[in-house]
Ligand binder design. Structure first.
Ligand SMILES: Cc1ncc(COP(=O)(O)O)c(C=O)c1O
Length: 390
């Protein structure tokens, strides 16, 4: 029997995320300190944990509605109304998911058929690729390196003109891995282009609460609500990665279809986690601010240190990553450079190549680690580069 050959052939196009692979590769190094994963080094706020405990004690141990608790969907609707003046109905325009990860899969499985094209400004988060390829879709990466990692209206229009099978654009702002984000005006310009094509824009806004510009975060849905599918969640805003709560906001006709896919994937998100998310959204609006303050301090320190070490850096406007260009005098590729650095100095970052072909030559440093670890990492990098040059 040759059962392996009887699997979905599209699986051959997919590998385990290169972020996880590198993280596992360096994890065996004794004493390794990792600035690798997108995992906040904060605890979930206490009032959120108490709400979850209370829900367990109150015997809230049943399935919820497939789309999630109506109170939670109302809290999500209130959040988008208050922050963006966007109106989504709790009853039929919001779907609660198992993290943004499931939101991505649910939306892509619901949209993509064989040979459809999905446009992704790159370097990009690798989580989008697998569901697209599993459905037989095609990824069209748009190189944003010369534009400060931002998609421009020209780049977008040009790519769309040459992508006759384009069905959607994925826009992630602030971005993992670059920290780049869009101003209201930039989103308005992109929206103008998108409105001329019969495509969806999937807006991954999971880092919306970690936006550092004075203008704050804007959503492209403010300009083209009919075409936009918003993805967001609690993982980064409230240090709740392990609780697995995300959500989708879109027009009613879309949410009703997405709910079918979601139902057969997971039925519903965890009830306990939904009660935690409800508390976070109702009474934890200021929770992200404490973390944001710490992230800004770390970002500023890293930008300064990396520039001193001859890395080219663009000041991140959000999230908790820095995507820095490796100095020219280093002749190794990003993987070999960081593996050698990890082995010699016991600090790990993620090779830029984990974010697609346009990420080669860069490193991604997650500053969701303590300032103490970040400072030691920069001093180890300084030592390493001095030794490298000698
Ligand atoms: C851009 C982006 N989207 C989605 C996710 C997944 O988020 P969640 O933990 O809510 O599944 C991540 C996680 O790192 C991310 O960086």
């Amino acid at each position: 029997m040759d059962l392996k050959n009887r699997l979905n052939k599209n699986l051959n196009k997919i590998t385990v995320s290169a972020i996880r692979l590198f993280d596992q590769e360096v994890s065996t190094i004794p004493g390794i300190q990792k600035l690798t994963l997108g995992e906040p080094n904060f605890f979930t706020p206490d009032h959120v944990k108490q709400a979850a405990i209370k829900s367990i004690q109150d015997n809230q141990n049943h399935y919820t509605h497939n789309a999630g608790l109506i109170e939670l969907r109302q809290a999500i609707a209130d959040f988008y109304q208050e922050k963006y003046a966007l109106k989504f109905r709790a009853e039929d325009e919001i779907l609660t998911t198992v993290g943004v990860t499931e939101a991505i899969s649910t939306v892509i499985y619901s949209i993509i058929e064989a040979n459809d094209q999905i446009l992704i400004p790159a370097p990009a988060y690798p989580g989008y690729g697998a569901p697209i390829l599993l459905n037989g879709g095609e990824i069209v990466e748009i190189d944003t390196r010369s534009e400060g990692f931002l998609l421009t209206p020209y780049l977008l229009d040009n790519t769309l003109k040459n992508s006759p099978r384009a069905k959607a654009l994925i826009l992630n702002y602030p971005s993992n891995p670059t920290g780049a984000s869009y101003s209201r005006e930039q989103l308005a310009q992109l929206a103008k282009v998108i409105s001329q094509y019969n495509i969806f824009v999937i807006a991954d806004e999971v880092y919306s609460e970690l936006s550092y510009s004075l203008e704050g975060h804007h959503s492209i849905a403010e300009f083209i609500p009919e075409q936009t599918i918003i993805l967001n969640g609690l993982s980064k805003s409230h240090a709740m990665t392990g609780w697995r709560i995300g959500y989708i906001l879109a027009q009613r006709e879309l949410i009703s279809e997405f709910t079918k896919t979601h139902q057969y994937l997971v039925t519903a998100a965890s009830t306990t986690s939904q009660y935690a998310a409800l508390e976070a959204l109702r009474n934890g609006k200021d929770d992200p601010n404490v973390m944001k303050k710490a992230y800004i301090e770390r970002r500023d320190f890293l930008v300064k240190s990396l520039k001193t070490l001859n890395f080219q850096v663009i000041n991140p406007a959000g999230a908790f990553y820095i995507f820095a260009k490796i100095p020219e005098f280093v002749s190794l590729n990003s993987h070999d450079f960081l593996l050698d650095f990890a082995k010699k100095k016991s600090f790990a970052f993620i090779p830029g190549s984990a974010f697609g072909k346009f990420g080669e030559g860069y490193v991604r440093i997650s500053y969701a680690s303590s300032m103490e670890v970040i400072k030691s990492a920069m001093s180890a990098l300084d030592d390493y580069l001095k030794e490298y040059l000698n």
